[in-house]
Design a protein around this ligand. Structure first.
Ligand SMILES: [Zn+2]
Length: 298
């Protein structure tokens, strides 16, 4: 048994996204990753245990200063209330010193605003295909995105990538990227072999019917102006009105319908991997003056 993998599978310090990335590094298929480790009164010892297991297996890491994190506590009338849940530490984890040294180069270039050179090295550090890194560099420029995609095409691409490559941590260059497809397949096999319990949980499909509340429409801007003044579809961020597995989820979906903030829609939600698919059933109401109440700014 791999003690580190066993710890990561069981610990509540990591969400599924962090578990996936960690298990990929532990299995040896991914050279490095960044994950948040969350500490609450329920798992005070997890930081100590995590670092002990990392050291025992020869992984190199750096850990950032703690920061607080909030989650939605409840939704009453028009108020979405957030509450501080604990603190989190950001971990950069590397399979060996060589990868850690490359990461240092990447950070140094990024700090000097040399993003193009930084991204090329960063892509290697995290194990991303070079075609995807090249496209990522181009898409840093919203003007390029405006020329290349319509609003619908852009968000459709993001949605199809998410569905097609659930085991990848990066945004592939296209949903047809062959290298991303091969990597997704390799990662899936590695997780299935190393962590069958997590694999089962991560791939499990759950369907719920519940109301969702539209929060805002997603957009890309240059100096406060949208890059897509014309659009035939809308990509919204919404909040599931009821808890799923003890948590309120934020989700996004693409729709032909025009909604405004506070619209309530009955929807069918499909949860699988690290995404939620939304099927709109019908608009059922509206909440006036929807507001988030947060004590801490993140
Ligand atoms: Zn690619």
């Amino acid at each position: 048994m791999n003690l580190l993998a066993d710890f990561v599978e069981k610990s509540v310090a990591f969400d599924n996204d962090a578990k996936l990335k960690l298990l990929l590094v532990i299995s040896g298929v991914k050279p490095a990753t960044f994950v948040p480790l969350r500490i609450t009164p329920k798992n005070l010892d997890d930081k100590y245990h995590f670092e002990k297991h990392l050291r025992e297996q020869g992984f190199k890491f750096t850990v950032a200063k703690p920061r607080s994190f909030e989650e939605i506590k409840d939704i009453k009338k028009n108020i979405i209330r957030w509450q501080m849940q604990g603190i989190w530490y950001g971990y950069d984890i590397f399979k060996n010193d060589k990868v850690k040294d490359e990461f240092k180069k990447y950070k140094k270039l990024a700090r000097a605003n040399k993003f193009k050179q930084a991204d090329v090295i960063g892509g290697k550090v995290y194990g991303y295909p070079s075609c995807c890194v090249r496209e990522f560099i181009k898409e840093r420029d919203p003007k390029y995105i405006a020329k290349r995609y319509s609003y619908s095409k852009y968000f459709k691409k993001l949605q199809s990538i998410e569905t097609k490559f659930p085991f990848l941590a990066h945004t592939p260059c296209a949903s047809s990227c062959k290298r991303a497809e091969a990597l997704n397949k390799k990662y899936r096999a590695a997780i299935k072999k190393l962590a069958p319990r997590f694999y089962k949980e991560f791939t499990k499909k759950q369907v719920f019917k519940m109301p969702i509340i539209v929060n805002f429409e997603n957009d890309l801007m240059i100096k406060g102006q949208t890059i897509w003044p014309k659009r035939t579809m809308h990509n919204y961020t919404a909040i599931a009105k009821k808890k799923i597995d003890k948590k309120y989820y934020l989700l996004s979906f693409l729709s032909k319908n025009e909604y405004i903030e506070g619209d309530v829609i009955k929807a069918e939600l499909t949860l699988q991997y690290n995404w939620i698919k939304v099927k709109e059933l019908k608009r059922t109401g509206h909440i006036d003056q929807l507001a988030h109440e947060r004590k801490f700014m993140i």
